[in-house]
Design a protein around this ligand. Structure first.
Ligand code: HEC
Ligand code: HEC
Length: 275
């Protein structure tokens, strides 16, 4: 067992001990953001549901980093675009359908056909840094990686450990639509995009204060899950527009095909992950 696995095991054991005795609430409540200057790392404020002591601080640092990934001084150097983890893992990773973090730790280590390897949760987090954040790998066992893994592990404390027999994904993974049943139409997608998306993400996809970039240099790279039309359509179906995710399956595919018909950064292992 390496140092990281040992750390997580300790955190998990501590989390389970604390969680079962005092905090048995569901992971659904949303934490609030501390006003500037109240804590060294700008940590989010603890809620009654949070663990205390060093575990609590680590978990809250993890939650802070996933919501402020592109701007926080600890993660900003590792990020190559304008996105945060929670641009896609909505509601700080607690959204029940949009690529939820809840329960994810219980499915790792997991076999990954993409790498022909058994990967840890820490490794899976690195993949999103490399592809979805078009950035670079946080040091394994380093503060960033441990804090984010601790946060996801904390969100997974009520989920029994179980191997996912299909893919290296947790039990609340995105539900994929049926790609065989629907033929996407880019022209229809363009019209729908103008109607339903451009207000926030802008007509040229470059993003605004109301919504992050969808293509171009500040977006995820072509190795990311959302660069595939099926995954993008499945995510849009449950996630966009925010608070009103009412696209039909056909509309979700049309818009996904339109969004992904634009250029985005290239995933180049030698540049993104020189090891
Ligand atoms: C551009 C969108 C996007 C961004 C940004 C992003 N991710 Fe992901 N991530 C995804 C998608 C899509 C999946 C696959 C989800 C699925 O199929 O259920 C995924 C999967 C994951 C998984 C595995 C989930 C599981 O069920 O096993 C983890 C862990 C993860 N991401 C962590 C992160 C972290 C940490 C960050 C920030 C450093 C991040 N992601 C940024 C889109 C994104
Ligand atoms: C009211 C504004 C708004 C509308 C309308 C909207 N979005 Fe978003 N979108 C957001 C916000 C905000 C986020 C980031 C979520 C967060 O940070 O909580 C986001 C995130 C995303 C993401 C993942 C992050 C990224 O930038 O790649 C995609 C993809 C996306 N939206 C596509 C769409 C599409 C397609 C539509 C039209 C069907 C749409 N959105 C409509 C505000 C909006």
């Amino acid at each position: 067992m390496n140092r990281f696995s040992a750390t997580i095991l300790c955190l998990l054991t501590l989390a389970i001990t604390i969680g079962s005795s005092v905090w048995s609430q569901d992971a659904g409540s949303k934490a609030t953001v501390v006003p500037e200057g109240t804590a060294d790392e700008g940590l989010i404020e603890p809620t009654a549901d949070d663990p205390q002591g060093p575990l609590g601080e680590t978990v809250r640092l993890g939650e802070t980093l996933v919501t402020e990934t592109s701007s926080h001084p600890m993660t900003q150097p590792l990020v190559g675009n304008a996105l945060n983890c929670t641009s896609c893992h909505l509601d700080a990773g607690r959204h029940p359908k949009a690529a939820s973090f809840v329960g994810v730790a219980a499915a790792y280590p997991a076999y990954s056909p993409r790498e022909s390897a058994v990967i840890t949760l820490e490794e899976r987090i690195a993949h999103c840094f490399l592809r979805s954040q078009n950035g670079s790998r946080p040091a394994p066992g380093g503060k960033v990686s441990v804090a984010i893994a601790a946060y996801i592990t904390w969100l997974s404390r009520h989920t029994p450990i179980d191997m996912n027999p299909i893919a290296p994904l947790g039990p609340n993974r995105l539900e994929l639509l049926d790609a065989d049943a629907i033929k996407p139409d880019v022209a229809r997608g363009e019209a729908l995009y103008g109607d339903r998306c451009a207000d926030c993400h802008l007509a040229d996809g470059s993003g605004s204060g109301e919504g992050p970039p969808l293509w171009g240099e500040q977006s995820f790279n072509d190795g990311a899950g959302l660069s595939k039309v099926l995954k993008m359509a499945s995510w849009l179906k449950v996630a966009m527009p925010p608070d009103d995710a009412d696209l039909t399956e056909q509309q979700a595919f049309d818009i996904a095909a339109f969004v992904n018909s634009h250029p985005r950064p290239e995933f180049r292992p030698e540049r993104n992950d020189p090891q």
